[in-house]
Design a protein around this ligand. Sequence first.
Ligand code: GLN
Length: 544
Amino acid sequence: MKVLVVSGGVISGLGKGITTSSLGRLLKARGIAVTIVKIDPYLNVDAGTMNPYQHGEVFVLDDGTEADLDLGNYERFLGQSLSGSHNLTTGKIYRAVIEKERRGDYLGNTVQIIPHVTGEIKRTVREIAEAAGAEVVLVEVGGTVGDIESMPFLEALRELSYELGEGEMAFVHTTLVPVVGPVGEAKTKPTQHSVRELRAIGIRPNLIIARGPAPLTADLKAKISLFCDVPPEAVISIPDQPLIYEVPLVLEAQGVGALLARLLRLPDRPPDYAAWKEFLATYRGATSPIEVAMVGKYTELKDAYLSHIEAFHHVQGHLGVEIGLRWYDAEDLPKNPSLEARLRRADAILVPGGFGSRGVEGKLRAIGIARTGGIPYLGICYGFQIAAVEFARGVLGLPHATTTEVDPATEEPVVCLLEEQKLRAELGGTMRLGAQRVTLAAGSLVARLYGKTEIWERHRHRFEINPAYVDRFAAAGLTVSGRAVDGRVESLELAGHPFFLGVQYHPEFLSRPEAPHPLFLGLVRAAVARKEVASPAAPSPAIA
Ligand code: GLN
């Protein structure tokens, strides 16, 4: 087992997740089997109970783990699905240690951070490496070096490097080189301090990755090399990129792939980036712009919808259509007629997942605009449930229709609590979660998009379409086109509309740069087709 640790210094939010994912991609491009583990030094057991404004979106894995959004980056960059064990939190580690203590596993010993918590961390990292059959495990340590929270993890990794010996483990430290002052001078002092901090706990970085707005000059690299005790070729610069998928090539251009191979004593085969480069070239050359309206309630923080944004990047890199996302705060929409007028001109509308009553009125309006205006619509999870409510109100003539999430006592519960949820009291990890099999109706829009009738998609919800309304929906044109094994409604689509589709699951979690998700592809294709009918002068390559 070889281990590559990625730590961060100076500040958080440097794109350590993208850096780690890209380092993984570098190794994978050389035919090396890799996997990635994220350490989140918070006491929550998982990310499921956190508001998206705290750490961005909650990313759901096949096994139902509600994970940090970096797991999504790893899956997208590696093109691999990961399990929940790949997101290690302080909460999980402490829970395991305390359970062992209660069982009496420590045989009368005093249970301490060192060696018991650190021991549990090392054991878990080894276990993941074995289970994944990976030659190299990348371990990203969340937070910033110097934080009290991350100390036990860094200590455990230091011990592990001693146990594994020479050439088996390497440390990458990601730092910020800010550009300050009236002449825009790049400053290395914060990097020097954070490397000193790391060395104080016994870790000597092998590679320093400097983040900043512009590329580091050779002089600055030499300076960091001198002060931080790494060779100049191991000081790597990642300037801000227009698209995160450029980062592996930025690293490759500075010789990082070969350097890692040397540090970890791995064979340095020539890397293969053929498909990756083709994706980037198509993305950069995109034309025929379309505007997709995103109507949600966490629009202030784009990380709350990270997987959606990435899914559209994947489509752009595949179809060569320039996709502009325009964000609408669902709460503002009913208050502002000019926003509504603007929304009517969107080429496609997407209402993503969400919770609670705030913003529901605005989402209903957006869906009404899509339904009556023939604008391609994709409703995901809450955006699917609310589409059913909008249809019940607008077409079935049930003005009081709603979800019991908004009004538990409603007389028209078009969306209601899942039966098994009625008995659950705890909020953590208790939704209907993870990959579930869905059977699609042959010939339906959704089956045509996938090109098959059996799919697996990831879920995260407590409520469902009330089966009591399904016949009335169908009679009025909104038909069930996907069902779970137990008969639950998984998708609805509207007859006579060019593209009006709602799905109970989250397709955004499965989209990858090399395999864009069929529903996102379908939405964009429909938007392009509609636009071409409106102005036939501009044919697009996407539809050919
Ligand atoms: N709030 C809805 C539910 O729990 C939708 C969840 C979601 O959009 N992820 O069913």
